[in-house]
Design a protein around this ligand. Structure first.
Ligand SMILES: Nc1ncnc2c1ncn2[C@@H]1O[C@H](COP(=O)(O)OP(=O)(O)OP(=O)(O)O)[C@@H](O)[C@H]1O
Ligand code: SF4
Ligand SMILES: [Mg+2]
Length: 401
């Protein structure tokens, strides 16, 4: 693959943002939120009059609607208009009635902040539904951002318009979990890998075929696969095609969203090793999402543990694996199989199911399942604090000062 040559525009943008990248981070995520609207319903609510002195009977969804800045408007031709405060007061009532649009949001990503240095891999683990994929896609602006900022090489990509975004697309790529559904069935492999090469004019047309074949070779695919179709390949080969497609546009940063979960264990190892080799050779930076801790341990430099849309712990790989602080991380680690029959691990079984991200528990979101839950955990969210060496944790078991 050819070395990335910066355009004049890129050079200017990079110079402008030099101060932001001086700290060596390719990616800086600040309080990123992604909420999905899943239900809208008009509801009749009782709202206390100013001197009624009683708490509003607004449910949590009402607060969310306010939090994301949605206007509350009565439906035209719907239920009776809201009673005025004055009329209600004259009648001696303590409440007025109001029609409100109640919106239910899934708080898939609920305020995450982290940095990823150049050439490193941040592994992200967590149970199904905790928001890993949504976070990865929101960082790449494949989803709209609800709130927060994402800086890629110092450039705020959350503020970018579509045209600007299109220009930096080749620099930020994604490899999806399912190599079966993520490849178009009617295109030959060479065209799949080369499609974006043509769109972004990575090489002149005369060099196109040689360039794509070179990328294919780097990803362990043979030259004659160029004219074959995806259904003629195994799962492992298809994932190599997906990786080749992502790398063909010379990215700097790749989100790997469970790239090996759909594969056999032996093939998983090949793909993880391929990703590591490509990272070393092409100086790539990865956000590696997985729920398999042993794979994450193998490939990552730092590891973040997600629960219900937030990181509960993050740190260097060795700190997370040898000194896990958060009870959730400890439970996840206790479930990792150890290939030694004499080594006994006390498995921590978490009680209950993951709560709904549409209505997460108050206080510490993990309190409903935590074996160490205290009274304070039920009402006060713990601070996400650095306990040394960049080892961050959010738990009342540790000093909150
Ligand atoms: N387009 C969408 N509309 C509504 N809700 C969504 C949408 N996409 C994801 N969600 C919800 O957001 C939450 C996080 O989903 P996400 O796919 O990010 O989880 P995940 O951690 O990647 O899970 P898995 O390990 O199963 O891939 C889930 O509750 C999911 O149902
Ligand atoms: S804050 Fe409390 S409930 Fe949450 S993980 Fe720590 S001990 Fe458990
Ligand atoms: Mg996912």
């Amino acid at each position: 693959m050819s070395e990335r040559v910066q355009t004049a525009e890129e050079q200017t943008a990079n110079a402008q943002n030099a101060s932001a990248t001086e700290n060596g981070n390719i990616l800086e995520v600040r309080d990123l939120k992604k909420y999905f609207l899943i239900k809208k319903e008009w509801k009749l609510k009782k709202v206390p009059l100013p001197d009624a002195g009683e708490a509003a009977e607004l449910g949590p969804q009402g607060e969310i609607a306010e939090a994301v800045g949605e206007e509350t408007v009565a439906p035209s031709g719907g239920a009776a208009p809201a009673e005025t405060a004055e009329n209600a007061k004259k009648d001696g009532a303590k409440f007025k009635r109001k029609i409100e649009l109640e919106k239910t949001f899934v708080k898939a990503v609920d305020g995450v902040s982290f940095d990823v240095p150049y050439g490193k891999t941040l592994g992200v683990v967590g149970e199904s539904g905790c928001g890993k994929s949504t976070m990865g896609r929101t960082i790449l602006r494949l989803h709209d951002v609800t709130a927060g900022k994402v800086f890629f090489e110092g450039r705020d990509i959350t503020a970018m318009k579509n045209a600007e975004l299109r220009k930096i697309r080749p620099e930020m790529q994604i490899v999806f979990q399912d190599p079966y559904s993520s490849l178009p069935p009617r295109l030959p492999v060479g065209e799949i890998i080369g499609e974006a090469v043509k769109i972004h004019k990575i090489v002149p047309n005369s060099q196109y075929r040689d360039y794509v074949i070179d990328v294919m070779r780097k990803c362990g695919l043979q030259d004659f696969y160029f004219d074959r179709y995806p259904h003629e390949f195994s799962g492992g080969q298809r994932q190599r095609i997906c990786i080749a497609r992502a790398l063909a546009v010379n990215p700097k940063f790749v989100v790997c969203d469970e790239p090996v979960s759909a594969l056999d264990v032996s093939i998983q190892a090949q793909i993880v090793n391929l990703l590591k080799e490509l990272q070393r050779d092409l100086k790539l930076t990865y956000l590696f999402i997985s729920h398999d801790l042993s794979v994450v341990e193998h490939i990552s430099d730092r590891v973040g543990v997600m629960y219900l849309g937030n990181f509960v712990e993050m740190g260097d790989k060795k700190d997370i694996f040898s000194n896990p602080m958060h009870p959730y991380t400890r439970a996840l680690l206790s479930a990792v199989p150890v290939p030694d029959p004499h080594y006994k691990v006390k498995r921590i079984i978490l009680q209950g199911d993951i709560p709904s991200p549409a209505n997460p528990p108050k206080g510490c979101k993990f309190h409903t399942r935590c074996p160490h839950c205290m009274e304070v955990c039920k009402t006060v969210a713990p601070k996400y604090k650095d306990y040394g060496n960049g080892h961050l944790c959010a738990c009342h078991l540790y000093s909150q000062e």
